[in-house]
Design a protein around this ligand. Structure first.
Ligand code: MRU
Length: 362
């Protein structure tokens, strides 16, 4: 994708061959900043502090982080310790475990002297693969948008929640890839962007990237989606996911479930876009088996933004002493999902649907 017209990814190796760089997402949308990461600890901190976030990007960052650990000490004990430390950074997105398992499996049989180079190359491949996968998701999702565009006059209205855009991945995004391809194909399209409290990944990140790409969009408060659906203002929802079970239950940013309920009640198709690296083949019951991250109360009680004179300030929203709960994710049962848009095509959100597309993994 492009920032100020310049093609960029969200993560890339530095020319020194011993560090990598990421876009600091905590500074967006008001400031564009790049952060250089040169230790495994710094990579873990970047994930924990949400300098990088979004399931695929968390996986890619962890892969580079594990590679950096191998530069510091490539022994078996160091490999195990770095694996554990990176895995502990965030509990819900399963791409983290997937990427770490992939690297550990490839590195374990190698002599220590070869591990850093092998890990570095593998992390780069994870990034390249993610770009190709998201592009393929885009092609399959484009067919759905094209179909709606053919049947209606006027623009196609898509609603999305959180940021499942290129900032959450390496490029393209999952939920946004079909949107970008539809826009580039000249389809008249408009996106309702849920602000996505408490961290506002929709208002801060999705709106930013859609704006950079020139896609028409409107930011709405999280509670507006149901109203818009009742009034025929949403043609389809496309959201991302942080973990989808082998039976098609979808865990995604908190509030997704309510959008799926509203979509069902109003006959609006509700699609989830995902790379197969987000499928947790080891579980079927999302409600009981997916750990839901609970984050700091301050994310709910405070909000940061730009003042009229351009300063970034954080203010308190709630009365002194009122406690807050901060659940990061919720689970949308498969029965509320119209279809899963994967790199191999669109399938029903069910064991049979996923098995048909990914027979080996299933
Ligand atoms: O807590 P975050 O910002 O890391 O949340 C992850 C997400 O970006 C979303 O839940 C997203 O919709 C899925 S990731 C492509």
């Amino acid at each position: 994708m492009r920032i100020d017209g310049k093609p960029m990814r969200t993560i890339w190796p530095h020319a020194d061959g011993r560090s990598f760089e990421v876009i600091d997402q905590t500074a967006l949308p008001h400031r564009f900043a790049v952060l250089r990461i040169d230790t495994a600890n710094a990579a873990a901190r970047a994930i924990k502090d949400m300098i990088v976030r979004g399931a695929p990007l968390i996986g890619a960052t962890a892969a580079y982080g594990l590679a950096l650990a191998m530069r510091e000490d490539a022994g078996d004990a160091a490999l195990a310790a770095a694996y554990d430390a990176l895995l502990a950074t965030r509990p819900t997105a399963v791409n983290l475990r997937w990427a770490l398992d992939d690297l550990r499996g490839a590195l374990a049989p190698l002599p220590a002297a070869q591990r850093f180079a092998a890990a570095w190359a593998r992390a780069a491949k994870i990034c390249d693969d993610d770009v190709a996968i998201c592009r393929a998701i885009g092609e399959h999702g484009l067919a759905l948008i094209r179909d709606i565009a053919r049947r209606k006059s006027g623009r196609v209205n898509v609603l999305t929640h959180c940021n499942a855009g290129w900032l959450a991945c390496v490029d393209w995004g999952t939920a946004t890839a079909p949107i970008y391809l539809a826009h580039d194909a000249g389809i008249a399209l408009h996106v309702w962007v849920d602000e996505t409290r408490p961290r506002n990944q929709g208002a801060s990140l999705t709106a930013y990237e859609l704006g950079q790409h020139g896609v028409a969009h409107t930011v709405i408060v999280d509670n507006a989606g149901g109203h818009l659906m009742q009034h025929g203002e949403v043609d389809l929802c496309i959201v991302g996911t942080d973990r989808t079970t082998a039976a098609g239950d979808v865990c995604n940013k908190i509030g997704t479930y309510l959008k799926a309920l509203a979509a069902k009640d109003n006959g609006v198709p509700f699609y989830v876009a995902l790379p197969s690296t987000t499928i947790d083949w080891t579980i079927a019951d999302g409600l009981r088996q997916i750990p839901i991250e609970q984050r700091a109360q301050a994310e709910v009680t405070r909000i940061a933004g730009k003042t009229a004179d351009g300063r970034i300030e954080t203010v308190q929203l709630t009365p002194d002493g009122s406690p807050a709960a901060n659940y990061g994710f919720d689970v949308t049962p498969a029965r509320l999902v119209t279809g899963l848009i994967t790199e191999r095509g669109v399938c029903p959100a069910s064991t049979a649907g996923l098995r048909a597309l990914f027979p080996k993994a299933a």
